[in-house]
Design a protein around this ligand. Structure first.
Ligand SMILES: NC(=O)c1ccc[n+]([C@@H]2O[C@H](COP(=O)([O-])OP(=O)(O)OC[C@H]3O[C@@H](n4cnc5c(N)ncnc54)[C@H](OP(=O)(O)O)[C@@H]3O)[C@@H](O)[C@H]2O)c1
Length: 358
């Protein structure tokens, strides 16, 4: 299953809103086939793995990260392909939450195939967190926060400089991460301080370039900054307070091709983004926006890059304005991943509500 999960990652940036899926075929303790869902609308993992296994798939065990589909979409049903190949056993990490595609496990069992569900379920759920979120709550996008901080939790120095807290490996990883999201967001003060382009510039080219979103209540975003200048190439949405969205600043941004959305709250803004097709949103700071999203309970995942330096009390805090619960009342987030990125350390944690069982 670990190998199947590794294979599934190869679809990152290319298959969403479909799930990432990987599969391997085992016979006599030997790996005889492997496959993954590589492109949205393209072949699924199981038929790819079966093709590689050929006739040896008869009686073999197929290990797959998501329940094989039972419906005909852009591709024929995988459960039928497994039956046609005559496999003896199917091991599944995660049941399919999509009511349209689910039912593959039952179909296989009815036909006499041994089916086990739940192996490495947590890892599989973490890998497809945005997909699972969509089936749990289609009212707002899956929201992930990504921040690079010092050891003392600062995202910029006392003068507002944040380039660069993290090292080259972490910055390269961020390019890869961006490719798997529908939209990348920052707060208005970050847009003003850093003039970021928020585009994907790594080795992985996303199937659809993520939209750029700026939460900017007063519409301070300069119409000649990097984001506004490139709005005609990659869409830009600026979320403003209703009273600012009809003014001259809004008109100047619309004139350069940006969309200006009016929202009275972050929750309302997220609902609008979801209605506009944003199913997953990566928020890259700053601290006020991060804190406001956390305070409203609107964050599903945190990607925290911690760098080995100290920036002191006058540095910009990673999360401003979050409530201060008593220790016993503080929710413990679930650790999904931790690993080094060069000299930095990546910690990925999911909100407790984002559990593989829900
Ligand atoms: N190291 C990193 O990973 C990293 C990442 C990003 C930024 N940074 C640094 O962080 C600094 C900027 O961070 P910051 O904390 O000062 O500002 P920020 O979070 O970038 O900006 C806050 C923005 O969000 C807007 N906003 C919209 N709705 C909001 C709500 N409900 N609550 C609060 N804000 C809302 C604010 O509007 P209003 O103006 O109306 O309040 C403001 O424009 C810069 O120095 C930047 O370089 C570092």
């Amino acid at each position: 299953m670990a190998r199947a999960l590794d294979l599934a990652w190869r679809g990152w940036g290319r298959v969403h809103p479909n799930p990432l899926v990987g599969a391997v075929v085992l016979a006599g303790g030997e790996l005889i086939g492997e496959g993954y869902h590589a492109e949205f609308g393209g072949p699924h993992a199981e038929p790819q793995a079966l093709r590689m296994a050929g006739d040896r798939a008869r009686g073999a065990t197929v290990v797959v990260t998501l329940e094989p589909c039972a419906h005909t979409g852009r591709q024929p049903p995988c459960a039928a392909a497994l039956l046609a190949a005559g496999v003896g056993r199917v091991v599944i990490a995660l049941p399919d939450p999509n009511p349209v595609a689910a039912g593959g496990a039952a179909l296989l069992r009815t036909a006499g195939v041994a089916v086990d569900i739940g192996l490495m379920r947590s890892a599989a759920a973490a890998q497809n967190a945005a997909f699972l979120h969509h089936h749990r709550d289609a009212g707002r996008p899956f929201v992930a926060l990504k921040l690079a901080t010092s050891i003392d939790g600062r995202i910029a120095d006392h003068s507002g400089r944040s380039k660069w807290i993290s090292g080259p490996e972490a910055r390269e990883w961020v390019q890869w991460l961006r490719a798997g999201f529908d939209a990348i967001a920052v707060g208005g003060r970050t847009a003003a301080a850093d003039d970021p382009s928020l585009t994907v510039r790594g080795a992985l080219v996303p199937r659809v370039a993520p939209r750029r979103v700026i939460f900017d209540r007063t519409l301070a975003l300069p119409p000649d900054g990097a984001l506004a200048r490139t709005a005609a190439d990659v869409p830009v949405t600026v979320v403003a307070a209703p009273e600012a969205a009809g003014g001259s600043r809004a008109a100047a941004l619309r004139a350069v091709g940006a969309t200006v959305a009016a929202a009275g709250s972050l929750r309302e803004a997220l609902a609008q983004l979801r209605a506009d097709g944003v199913a997953s949103l990566l928020v890259e700071g700053g601290g006020r926006l991060a804190g406001a999203l956390l305070a409203d309970g609107l964050v599903d995942r945190l990607y925290w890059v911690q760098s080995p330096l100290l920036l002191g009390e006058r540095g910009v805090p990673a999360f401003s304005g979050i409530p201060a619960p008593a220790l016993d009342d503080a929710a413990r987030w679930r650790v999904v991943e931790r690993r080094p990125l060069g000299a930095d350390t990546l910690l990925v944690v999911d909100h407790p509500a984002c559990s593989p069982e829900s």
